[in-house]
Design a protein around this ligand. Structure first.
Ligand SMILES: Nc1nc2c(c(=O)[nH]1)N[C@H]1C(S)=C(S)[C@@H](COP(=O)(O)OP(=O)(O)OC[C@H]3O[C@@H](n4cnc5c(N)ncnc54)[C@H](O)[C@@H]3O)O[C@H]1N2
Ligand code: MOO
Length: 424
């Protein structure tokens, strides 16, 4: 049942000398070696959702910061209820938000609301349900213990208590505690900024009429959506024509982005604007990766700040899997997160073919039957098959040495961004 980690095929590595193909894991490792987490900066706590905390956060307040009532009712001295029913004069109301300090003596009470400060001298709250609800005089039917429904100052947190450790991914439940504890700003790794650049003279923006030979630029919106799913800020989605100065456009984008992704123009044709722009230099390296789809890949550091450039193939499915395998782990590392994404295992229902010598990233559907995940192919293997992609939920990894996937075998799979593992 043990499948190898996706992309870690030793055969592909062994065969590289002959095939010139780089194993997927090796290309990803080279990218991750070149990418460093962005420097942490001070961020308003209320804006820190989804960021990784660079320094631990400690409480700046006692929580609760004053002793208050947990229920709507009456603040009393518990000993005054030794005999019930008991009748007590009501000195007035204390509402949540009341800022004046109230006091009381034995034998009297205050009507009090949930979250309101408990008056000095009271030691318990009688819930309104145990009374007649009187506003000047109240009849209490049952006794309560001292401390009943009282939330004491500092019982949750004391000033200086550790609250969230460094390295935590800040989610809503962390932000609630951080903000409540009086912390206004945190040191966090900022959200990476990504620029997307599509290439190809055949491309037309979505929504515009198509002349014969033209297609909709779907990679621009797809790459933007993949980045948004990864909690990345997309600062530009642009398109260049084949005779534009692509290097200059990339350098401009790299001034205000932490990573740039291009699509298309990296294979073997006569017009390969991305490859051509970096030909002859060693800033961007072009390799053939032992994967299908996604074989032609480019990566390097560009612009004055050495911003990672991912030159992805233009076929839509190739672009998608390349983003998931190379760009996403790098963006996660830039954001201070672990690059790894979870892998599941699923049993094959009906088999399919797989190319020799390349790790296949098959688009698949998943179902849970008889307590196990089952996987079946969604559309053909072609890197232009968008219908099959749209009905897929996950990518299944077929090791490079396999040319057939057999029913009953177990494959490693990863969910497509945002897809949910099916239930029984
Ligand atoms: N002689 C060879 N030809 C090809 C090889 C090869 O090794 N030798 N590799 C093939 C493989 S594998 C792939 S993948 C593609 C990669 O090509 P490019 O990255 O250069 O991409 P383009 O040629 O620009 O486009 C490929 C395909 O995708 C369509 N496309 C491009 N951009 C978009 C976009 N933004 N939205 C939607 N569709 C897009 C484009 O129209 C082409 O049909 O090369 C093979 N060829
Ligand atoms: O690698 Mo291409 O992505 O096979 O179609």
């Amino acid at each position: 049942m043990a499948s190898p980690a996706p992309g870690s095929s030793s055969r592909a590595s062994d065969e590289r000398g002959g095939s010139g193909l780089v194993p997927l894991e090796e290309h990803r490792a080279a990218i991750l070696r070149a990418v460093r987490p962005l420097p942490a900066r001070e961020v308003a706590a209320v804006d820190a959702l989804g960021l990784v905390l660079a320094e631990p956060v400690a409480s700046r307040l006692d929580l609760p910061s004053f002793t208050n009532s947990a229920m709507d009712g009456y603040a009393v001295v518990a000993a005054d209820l030794a005999e019930v029913p008991a009748s007590l004069p009501v000195r007035g109301d204390i509402r949540a938000g009341a800022t004046g300090e109230q006091r009381m003596a034995a034998g009297e009470c205050w009507r009090i609301m949930t979250g309101a400060p408990v008056p000095a001298g009271a030691d318990a709250i009688v819930p309104v349900e145990l009374t007649d609800g009187g506003t000047t005089q109240v009849q209490v039917r049952e006794q309560v213990e001292p401390g009943n429904a009282v939330r004491h100052q500092g019982e949750d947190l004391r000033v200086g208590d550790p609250l969230v450790p460094a390295g935590s991914l800040l989610l809503a439940h962390h932000l609630s505690a951080i903000v409540a504890a009086g912390v206004e700003t945190v040191q966090a790794v900022p959200r990476p900024r990504l620029a997307v650049l599509t290439t190809g003279d055949e491309l037309v923006p979505p929504g515009q009429p198509l002349a014969p030979g033209q297609i909709v630029d779907s990679n621009g919106p797809m790459l933007r959506a993949l980045a948004l799913c990864a909690d990345v800020e997309v600062v530009a989605v642009e398109h260049v024509r084949d005779d534009d100065d692509l290097g200059a456009v990339v350098d401009r984008l790299a001034e205000s982005a932490d990573a740039v992704v291009t699509s298309g123009g990296v294979s073997a044709g006569a017009y390969e604007p991305v490859k051509d722009a970096y030909a002859g230099g060693d800033a961007v390296r072009f390799v053939s990766v032992a994967m299908q789809p996604g074989k032609p890949q480019g990566f390097g550091l560009v612009g004055g700040r050495g911003v990672p450039l991912f030159a992805l193939p233009g076929n839509p499915v190739s672009s998608l899997v390349s983003f998931q395998e190379f760009v996403l782990p790098a963006l996660r590392k830039l954001a201070g997160r672990s690059p790894e994404l979870p892998v599941l295992h699923a049993r094959v229902v009906d088999g399919w073919r797989s190319p020799a010598g390349r790790l296949q990233l098959a688009r698949v559907r998943l179902a849970r039957r008889d307590g196990e995940l089952q996987v079946s192919a969604s559309g053909g293997a072609g890197s232009h098959i968008l219908g099959g992609l749209a009905s897929a939920q996950a990518i299944a990894y077929v090791p490079a040495e396999q040319t057939r996937v057999e029913p009953g075998e177990v494959l490693a799979v990863r969910m497509l961004p945002g897809e949910i593992v099916p239930d029984e």
